[in-house]
Write a protein of this length. Sequence first.
Length: 120
Amino acid sequence: MAHRILIVDDAAFMRMMIKDILVKNGFDVVAEAQDGAQAVEKFKEHSPDLVTMDITMPEMDGITALKEIKQIDPQAKIIMCSAMGQQSMVIDAIQAGAKDFIVKPFQADRVLEAINKTLS
């Protein structure tokens, strides 16, 4: 059965890019969210196997959402997505429980490597 993934990014084209990579490689994108608050709701609703989470978003940022999701499910697998130059935020995210991170702009092989490593 295909792994179920929730994509979280405030930029629709970024969600589309990740979704495209995932669907082409046999993953099931169960939901998308455009901010951290939506991400927490969609996580509760769909219980995905993995979440790709943007760090910088309006409403609620990715690190806050990561912490809330981890309270709901301590086993949640979350991969952070960040732009270049957000190293300190990436470190915060890893300390808060993120499994890995991918840097924008996305390289398909790096996205798949991070996801496969996290799910295995």
